[in-house]
Design a protein around this ligand. Structure first.
Ligand code: ADP
Ligand code: ADP
Ligand code: MG
Length: 674
């Protein structure tokens, strides 16, 4: 076994790998970019080597610097985590050439699976069923369009070099094919430096079921059962579970065999995942699942497999890489209970899951227990930047069966607190309580199919946010006043229990929550604060604010959350939900455009304009796509929020824009028309 291992990754997965290294008594070496100085994973590691500036291209993707760090530290092996260099055959070859062990399969196995087209050919030859489609060399648009017509719409265009759901476009009609092809190519070229695509029959309401495999260099291969990763947004997983709901044991055996056959066919070594798509229009059917791709690395969702098998997959990776045999054979493996993982992202589900960046004013995760595991790479006070994936944490729950496991998930999600950034926690909580999810009726279109229920407004939640905001405001003001008095010597007023500066006085505040102005009246009576909004009234008692932790009784109900003021913003979070309100008395440089009947379209994050889809003076209606922005390796389409006319157009194709930069202005139609 190795004495010293370098972890060529960041964030939660670097923390995860380091945890196993330290348990096994292996020294850990972290590499980090300038942006990650002081990040959690660098604090867990025994040694840290800085390898370059924030952009991954200049740090985490620099094979030469990573190898140099390995040499410098004397690391005998490199664990690549997922993403970055983990599926880079050239890097694996360089490691071998320099006498450093790459913890993963051989360069040839990575190469065999690295490109989705070649992988499909190899799998067809190994007798593994693949999704019907076109995966040939020729890439002329007309030829691809003909192939799409032959396959039959809807089809899916996929980047041959793709990963993470990027470079993928669903096409429903022949007329939309060429535009979609262009988009897929552009995204693929940007993210992978390779614009080649393949075309597949698009299955409707399918399930994504993948099999974890493991192989050693002594010719043994096993599977560690399946995971269902059907709950996705933007073709990216958000909820993953093991075992797959409703999986009959015969089908599990058939899929496991197919996955092991796939691994053996390419001389695989180490951990890998064979991803299948299952046509479940006739239920789970051993005749209707197809190979999609193989990921030749540890997967984000590996913890659910660890929970149901009781194994540490990183330990297995280390053992296999060190030349040992697989610790167990197929007959010794067992599946116990049910595990579910959710990925907590800094993103705004209401804005097409737009990634959010900025400081984490407070971050609180559920306590770990026999039922709950939390894998994260960030702590309170860290910032989420534009350079890396916006995943904050993974919550993994386990219990004896799926129903109990889902209950654990709801409980864990209610304990998540993220103050300062929008997250998908509240959406995940709704998924975990949705009857279709509980019935096991999952498929890749789940989030859009149940959009109405999952994204519905929640008046009760908004009320609690409002109450917490008011209590936070009052308590912050009281603490500041007490502080000011304290500074000028002991005040006899402090001795007066229950005394309030504003006793008896009624104040009226307007706080803006989302787009809605909320007018509340506030009055102190002894140790009670009376809040009123229209016909609704709340009595607040027992308010405490320590740091950002806020607690109070609202009409007898205990509310616990987090609160912080930053300039004119009030940040409030509770039970997985977070919001920003406008401060009622701190003046903000207010955007008056709406009052003028205008809508100013701004860049939501720094990025590059890759398409301006309208012209000056063009008439548009709500939802018309206006500008396409590439940011964080994804394309985002900004749409019109009202009917109107393009009155100013400053966005230029190819231009780099800052967050908040004005791209164009819409004017209400009446005024804009001549
Ligand atoms: P798939 O490639 O099938 O989506 P996963 O669900 O395991 O597989 O997701 C891996 C993806 O996570 C990578 O393709 C990459 O886009 C992203 N990623 C890479 N590195 C990191 C990281 N350090 N932290 C978070 N996400 C990452
Ligand atoms: P990536 O490398 O980006 O992970 P995959 O080929 O694994 O790409 O596909 C990602 C997701 O896209 C799948 O999990 C599934 O939801 C969807 N998908 C892929 N192929 C198909 C298909 N042929 N029909 C319908 N959905 C598909
Ligand atoms: Mg995939």
């Amino acid at each position: 076994m190795f004495d010293r291992v370098l972890v060529a990754n960041r964030g939660e997965i670097a923390c995860r790998v380091i945890r196993t290294l330290s348990r096994l008594g292996i020294r850990s070496v972290a590499v980090c970019s300038e942006a990650d100085r002081g990040a959690l994973f660098t604090r867990l590691a025994d040694q840290v080597i800085e390898i370059g500036p924030a952009p991954a291209r200049e740090s985490y993707l620099r094979a030469d610097r990573v190898l140099e760090a390995a040499k410098q530290s004397g690391a005998q092996a490199i664990h690549p985590g997922y993403g970055f260099l983990s599926e880079n055959a050239a890097f694996a070859a360089q490691c071998a050439a320099q006498g450093v062990c790459f913890i993963g399969p051989s360069p040839s196995a990575i190469a065999a699976m690295g490109m989705k087209d070649a992988a499909k050919v190899a799998m067809e030859q190994a007798g593994v069923p693949v999704v019907p489609g076109y995966h040939g060399e020729a890439q002329e648009p007309e030829l691809l369009a003909m192939q799409a017509a032959r396959i039959g719409f809807p089809v899916l265009i996929k980047a041959v070099a793709g990963g993470g759901g990027k470079g993928m476009r669903r096409v429903d009609r022949p007329a939309e094919f060429l535009a979609a092809l262009e988009g897929a190519r552009r995204e693929a070229a940007g993210a992978f430096g390779d614009e080649r695509v393949l075309i597949e029959k698009y299955l409707t309401r399918p399930r994504h079921i993948e099999v974890q495999v493991f192989a050693d260099r002594h010719g043994h291969a096993v599977h560690l059962y399946e995971r269902d990763c059907s709950l996705q947004r933007r073709h990216q997983k958000v909820v993953e579970e093991a075992p797959a709901p409703g999986m009959p044991s015969e089908m599990r055996a058939v899929m496991g065999d197919a996955a092991v056959r796939a691994a053996l066919a390419i001389g695989y070594e180490g951990a890998g995942t064979v991803e299948f798509i299952a046509d479940v229009s006739q239920g789970l059917d051993p005749e209707r699942f197809y190979f999609m791709e193989m990921n030749t690395r540890l997967q984000v969702e590996h913890p659910v497999t660890e929970r149901i098998t009781g194994l540490d997959l990183v330990e297995w990776q280390l053992r296999v890489a060190a030349g040992e045999r697989l610790p167990l054979d197929q007959a010794q493996l067992n599946l116990h209970g049910h595990a579910i993982e959710v990925r907590l992202y800094a993103e705004d589900p209401a804005q097409e899951y737009l990634p959010q960046t900025g400081p984490l004013l407070a971050l609180q995760m559920p306590a770990e227990s026999a039922h709950v595991r939390v894998d994260t790479g960030v702590v309170s006070g860290d910032s989420v930047g534009i350079f890396y994936d916006p995943m904050l944490a993974k919550l993994i729950v386990w219990d004896l069966d799926r129903e109990a496991s889902a209950r654990q998930l709801r409980k864990a999600l209610a304990q998540v607190e993220v103050l300062g950034l929008k997250t998908n926690a509240a959406l995940l909580a709704r998924v975990a309580a949705h009857p279709a999810f509980l019935a096991g009726d999952v498929h890749t279109g789940f989030l859009s199919e149940h959009q109405a229920a999952l994204f519905a407004d929640d008046a009760a939640r908004d009320e609690r946010t409002l109450v917490l905001a008011c209590a936070g405001l009052l308590e912050t003001r009281r603490q500041k006043a007490a502080c000011a008095r304290g500074a000028s010597g002991v005040s006899p007023w402090d001795a007066l229990d229950g005394f309030r500066v504003n006793e008896g006085r009624q104040e009226s505040w307007c706080l803006r929550l989302g787009d809605a102005p909320r007018s509340v009246s506030v009055r102190h009576e002894g140790d009670t604060i009376r809040l009123r909004e229209g016909a609704r009234a709340w009595q607040l008692r027992d308010v405490t604010l320590e740091g950002t932790a806020l607690s109070l009784l609202s009409n007898g109900e205990r509310l616990r959350g987090h609160y912080a003021e930053r300039g004119a913003d009030l940040h409030v979070s509770f039970a997985g939900h977070s919001d920003v309100l406008e401060h009622p008395w701190v003046e903000r440089a207010r955007d008056r455009s709406a009052e003028r009947g205008e809508s100013v379209i701004k860049a939501p994050m720094p990025g590059k304009i890759i398409g301006v889809l309208v012209t000056a003076r063009q008439r548009v209606s709500v939802g018309t796509p206006l500008v396409r922005l590439e940011a964080m390796k994804m394309e985002h389409t900004l749409k019109a929020s009202m009917d109107g006319v393009v009155s100013e157009l400053s966005a230029q194709p190819g231009e780099q824009v800052e967050a908040g930069g004005t791209l164009l202005v819409l004017k209400a139609s009446e005024e804009g028309s001549p």
